[in-house]
Design a protein around this ligand. Structure first.
Ligand code: NDP
Length: 236
């Protein structure tokens, strides 16, 4: 059993974020989730936050700190897609994705950093994607935002690694959630054909890796990109 921590999962009302929050609770941590609608799993603290708005993120942290104490583990999970081919992609579709997935992560981690430094302990876990480094047609906005998270985690490791803070990236492959259900059937089949495991992943398989990264056993792991993709992106 790992040391109980205060954990924040952004976008914890559904999908991968919900499963991570559930797993962190089962591990004995104090868990808060941000949600724009709905709730996190039973027993977690749900606070409202919009990733594109620093003030709302600040307010969410203030509420969590008051109720659960300083955040020690940050799981930056909230993210969106706005898929379309480059020639059809508007600047707004590009910026919206970057603003949520990348700048949103910046807003959350920046707000958390002071508390992590004060406590001389922190685990920062960023949700990237196999397509960050593998590439994906129709996802120039999304894959760019997710690739940037690798540089983010590695720079953070170099800045704060000496203060008991680690930063790592999980790169999920195709995981069955609302996000992937929205993909055309033909594209889903194409993916399936190229996944060595021969199946799509389950949210619990991402949650297990997040749980390990937050736990005592992962204290010397930082700046890593951990693929959880059934072998889809091998070698990227
Ligand atoms: P979902 O679409 O199921 O859930 C996305 C979550 O992010 C929701 O909780 C949503 O909140 C929240 N969110 C989105 N935009 C904002 C915003 N502007 N402010 C606050 N919250 C926001 O996604 P998944 O669970 O599938 O994915 C979770 C993470 O994992 C994402 O970062 C995704 O890119 C990544 N990922 C997923 C893969 C997959 O196969 N599913 C593969 C690789 C990476 P709300 O309910 O209010 O919209």
């Amino acid at each position: 059993m790992s040391t109980p921590r205060t954990v924040l999962v952004t976008g914890g009302n559904r999908g991968i974020g919900y499963a991570i929050a559930q797993r962190m609770m089962a591990d004995g941590h104090r868990v808060a989730v941000t949600a724009r609608s709905g709730e996190g799993p039973e027993g977690s603290l749900t606070v409202r936050a919009e990733m594109t708005d620093a003030a709302s993120i600040n307010a969410a942290f203030t509420e969590i700190e008051a109720q659960l104490g300083p955040v020690e583990v940050v799981v930056a999970n909230a993210g969106i897609t706005r898929d379309t081919l480059l020639l059809r992609m508007s600047e707004q579709e590009f910026s919206e994705v970057v603003d949520t997935n990348l700048t949103g992560t910046f807003r959350v981690v920046k707000r958390a950093a002071k508390g992590l430094l004060k406590g001389r302990f922190g685990r920062v876990i960023l949700l990237s994607s196999v397509v960050a480094l593998y590439g994906s047609p129709g996802q120039i906005n999304y894959s760019s935002s997710k690739a940037a998270l690798v540089g983010f985690a590695r720079s953070l490791t170099r800045e704060l690694g000496g203060r008991g803070i680690t930063a790592n990236v999980i790169a999920p492959g195709f995981i069955e959630t609302d996000m992937t259900a929205a993909l055309p059937e033909e594209q889903q089949k194409k993916y399936l054909d190229s996944i060595p495991a021969g199946r799509f992943g389950q949210v619990e398989e991402i949650a297990g890796v997040a749980s390990w990264l937050a736990g005592d056993d992962a204290g010397y792991v930082s700046g890593a990109v951990i693929p959880v993709d059934g072998g889809l992106g091998m070698g990227h």
